[in-house]
Ligand binder design. Sequence first.
Ligand code: NAD
Ligand code: ZN
Length: 386
Amino acid sequence: MRIEQTITVQWRHQVHLTRGIFRPANPLLRQVLAEGAIRPLKALMVVDASLAAACPALAGEIAAWAEAQRPAVELVCPPVILPGGEQVKNDPEHVHRLHALIDQHHLDRQSCLLCLGGGALLDMAGFAAATAHRGIRHLRLPTTTLAQADSGVGVKNAINAFGKKNFVGTFAPPFAVINDFDFLAFLPPRDRRAGMVEAVKVACIKDREFFETLERDADALARLETAPLEHLIQRCAQLHVEHIATGGDPFEMGSARPLDFGHWAAHKLEQLSQFRLRHGEAVAIGIAVDVLCACQMGRLSAPNADRILTLLERLGFALFDEELVRTDATGEWLILHGLEEFREHLGGDLAITIPTEIGQRMEVFKLPPEVVRQAISGLRLRNIRR
Ligand SMILES: NC(=O)c1ccc[n+]([C@@H]2O[C@H](COP(=O)([O-])OP(=O)(O)OC[C@H]3O[C@@H](n4cnc5c(N)ncnc54)[C@H](O)[C@@H]3O)[C@@H](O)[C@H]2O)c1
Ligand SMILES: [Zn+2]
């Protein structure tokens, strides 16, 4: 006997863009929380320590906002301040702490964990939310360029384990995402810039017009001007959400992973550099490696490859790092291990997305080590010449 059914689950994925989310005149957060909520709604808030330090007024703003929401929303304790950055994904104790708080304050599946922070904190808190009671609501308030444009608007969360990025995690669409541009003002320039690379990534493989806009805005973006940066975030977030909703594989069951273009080398570089390189900085290098590989394999023209590399450089990214050429005791380039680790992480066959034109892509199922080594040598040379 065989019993078989198809289970269809519908998810609503909402991303809002706003300013001043805790201002009394801004009703958005209250409205989003009210959707389908039982009253009173219990909420736990987690805040990125760097944001809290850079914006001392935030604690007071949140307290005033929380006071004004009662009794519809009950913040069960003052916001929990947790470190941002990769360290928060490297120590499973943070997940445990959030689980303990969820238990202690009796949050259930109708309750909500709100997280204000960069992609790393959102990844960790999202994992805690997805696993407490098998999933309580998670409302993301991304506060970095990268998280607002890319990671925060997606459906994945994870922590690192066994020296590997995102080894433990789930696919769990957040209850909602709210991008508040005002938070970006507190970001150090390095983090404001780093996230721009995900826009270059998605433009390269999906949207020629967006790529041309980025080229036009490159000087203003390099100066970290607000208006083009906000436009970049908006379009990048839209392309990511569209891909998740309409790309046919929201939970990444297949091997093809277009949004991971440039990421096999990036993940390895982050790990090799012991996270000295920011995710975005590593992705810029990873894109450069794959672009030159595509060029060598005859899939992308040299002028188009140069165009992509030039845009990244104009935005202020370095495209070479010594970690690219670090070797093990046998003289093998450690970066090459990233390919197998990436395959393992994807499951199934290796599939690497490369651009074939600006705005178009294909999958390749092999990157010969020689091609990668040559690409890296090309980047090294380009770096010396600059
Ligand atoms: N889930 C996904 O789909 C996905 C996709 C891409 C990347 N990621 C993950 O996202 C992480 C990177 O995220 P990120 O680039 O946002 O970096 P991050 O979270 O490491 O933040 C960078 C730094 O900025 C601080 N910070 C955050 N917001 C701030 C603000 N407004 N003002 C001042 N400081 C602030 C943080 O504390 C941290 O020190 C990586 O762990 C990466 O693996 C996840
Ligand atoms: Zn990324």
